[in-house]
Design a protein around this ligand. Sequence first.
Ligand SMILES: [Zn+2]
Length: 305
Amino acid sequence: MKKTGFIYDDVFLTHEMPPYHPESTMRLEAITEKLKKSDIWNSLIQIPPIKANISDIEAVHGKAYIARTQKTKEAYLDPDTFMSKDTYNAALYAAGAVITAIDNCKSGTIERAFCAVRPPGHHAEKDRGMGFCIFNNAAVGARYAQSIGYRKVFIVDFDVHHGNGTQHIFYDDDSVYYFSSHQFPHYPGTGEGSEKGSGLGRGFTFNVPLSQGSGDKEMQNTYGTILPPLVKDYAPDIMIVSAGYDIHQKDPLAGLNVSDKGVASIVKNIINASGDIPIVFTLEGGYSLTALADSVEITIRELLA
Ligand SMILES: [Zn+2]
């Protein structure tokens, strides 16, 4: 059994959204409630997240943007992205969770991790929050990993939405590979197959746009056939996975058709592709509470295996 960390804290419930917003505290409550009832709960290594330092956030985001997020309370950062009075603090812990996971992989306490966090991160651009995201948790994690000696980072993003923020942050950079599958065309509009990086980063961004209705078969092709040789060629030192369960057929916000079995094989394929390097999953989307909780349990079962 692989030593698997579960990084979570109730601080993520202090990021409160207006009524009926899909990115609600109920998402994490559904996940923890389900896991606590399951037989895998006691196999997980429970690790509370540390709070990210501002310098960790500044490795990815601009100072003026960070200052703006600190000041924004009970107001919208963009038409979808609300900040409650405690959101800034929760967002520092969400990025800090990925840092915590990476630190614990480095020290050998764990080999793999699942960070159950809110707010999510992959839409957050260097100087702009959007799509429910404040700080780009995966990107902050990637830069932190490099600061402690992991040279090459491979980010896999299977959320139904394209991770525009993560792609743009590393677009010119050959030290962080960004691989994404997503429904296309769909929010946020980026993620065409022709977007492959630029300058030094050319060839280190890979997009797999999937048409509405795509499901387990297309995901098997993406993660069982397309991904493995890319990871092998790149030979990363650590993998960070932006895990968005809005790919699920029950999800109300999008139109892919991935089943529970499909989720399991995506995760299995990512693990197989990684070889034996550390893998840190961080929660992005997923808005059907039952599908989300089921999918996270399925994911963790594969991580432990
Ligand atoms: Zn999403």
